[in-house]
Design a protein around this ligand. Structure first.
Ligand SMILES: Nc1ncnc2c1ncn2[C@@H]1O[C@H](COP(=O)(O)OP(=O)(O)O)[C@@H](O)[C@H]1O
Ligand SMILES: [Mg+2]
Length: 345
């Protein structure tokens, strides 16, 4: 237990559609919180607002550990869940509405990154029938929904080689996902992920993790689609590992970009920044994930372990970082009725 964090009652807030099994990440985090000396409880979020507020209120937790990525089957409403907690003046881990909103919108993200001179692939945006180009574009391009997550609407079919295919994909995204599109230059090359943990003032960059494409079909564009992310491919398919053979100079550029991105997008406590490294050795930020998967086998947990931080310590660091925004009074001893009055900020 870090000296500045007293034992807390921590509510793990997670998305839970009625018929789905519980996400293993919830148990992983609860176990880590217990090992740290905290008292975990869980709060399930599905598609109704008032029960969430009631559950948060009745949990009387000192801190909410927020891993909720969706509301009512809509991943874009992740931001609204954080907004609810801000309005209810609940203390919670991870990014607030600002960070979640900026990072969710890939176009806004890229505009901010460009302002901070963080390399990101040249891109086109489409708004209805018009498009705007940022930089000179060379096909092939990859077409993505502007506010996607977890590779929704992204796969090998997203890589287009001419204007015809491009406009078809843009229309498809508008129709199926009701979203704007952006088209980026498709960067051939290594794909790496960088975890950043801690406060904006004192963030720590974790060791770089790489996607090993395994026995990826020759000729098929390398795109980390949902199958890759949710590991439904064969044994010798794509997997993650610690990145080796990055020159100190390239590593330094990647780390600088990850740090600038963390700050530019107003991220709090933890994030994972996704990169592609071109064959010429330029490291491009693809996107920033302010609420990355925190499961024990995740990229972030693997990176933490490489740094010498156990999974429990990683969760502890996130709690510490969040706790530094708030003031906690020690929880009073239990009363004879077993009630524990809520700690006040
Ligand atoms: N410009 C690009 N060049 C090459 N591959 C890309 C590019 N943009 C996305 N990809 C591929 O698509 C995957 C998903 O894209 P990403 O922007 O990270 O969206 P998501 O939010 O769905 O993870 C990436 O992990 C990468 O494999
Ligand atoms: Mg990604």
């Amino acid at each position: 237990m870090a000296a500045n964090v007293p034992p807390l009652k921590v509510a793990v807030l997670h998305y839970q559609p009625a018929t789905d099994p519980m996400d293993p990440v919830v148990t992983h985090i609860c176990d880590a919180l217990s090992a740290l000396g905290h008292t975990p409880v869980t709060i399930a979020v599905h598609d109704r607002v008032f029960p969430v507020l009631e559950a948060i209120d009745s949990a009387r937790a000192d801190l909410v550990f927020n891993v909720c990525e969706t509301f009512a089957d809509d991943y874009r409403m992740e931001v609204n869940v954080a907004a609810l907690m801000e309005m209810a003046q609940v203390r919670f881990t991870g990014s607030g509405t600002a960070g979640l909103l900026l990072a969710q919108d890939k176009i806004l993200t890229k505009q901010l990154l460009e302002y901070h001179e963080v390399p990101t692939p040249n891109f086109l945006t489409f708004n209805g029938d018009t498009f705007e180009a940022f930089g000179r574009m060379t096909f092939p391009l990859i077409v993505k929904p502007a506010r996607s997550d977890a590779s929704i609407g992204i796969g090998s079919h997203s890589v287009v080689k001419d204007w015809d295919e491009l406009t078809r994909r843009v229309r498809e995204i508008r129709k199926t996902l009701n979203d704007e599109s952006l088209a980026e230059e498709f960067i051939e090359g290594r794909e790496v992920y960088v975890g950043v943990i801690g406060t904006t003032a004192k963030p720590e960059i974790l060791p770089i993790v790489e996607l090993d494409w395994g026995n990826w079909e020759a000729g098929k564009p390398k795109v980390s689609d949902r199958e890759v992310k949710f590991n439904t491919v064969s044994e010798d398919g794509p997997s993650i590992e610690i990145a080796r053979n990055l020159s100190p100079e390239l590593k330094a550029r990647i780390e600088r970009s990850a740090l600038l991105a963390f700050r530019a997008l107003k991220i709090r406590d933890y994030a994972r920044v996704d990169f592609r490294i071109s064959e010429k050795g330029e490291a491009y930020v693809l996107e920033v994930n302010p609420n990355p998967y925190l499961e024990k086998e995740s990229e972030l947990a693997m990176a933490a372990e490489e740094r010498g931080l156990s999974y429990t310590q990683l969760i502890g660091r996130i709690v510490e970082s969040a706790a530094s925004r708030y003031v906690f009074k020690p929880r009073p001893e239990k009363t004879t009725t077993g009630e524990t009055p809520q700690a006040q900020a």
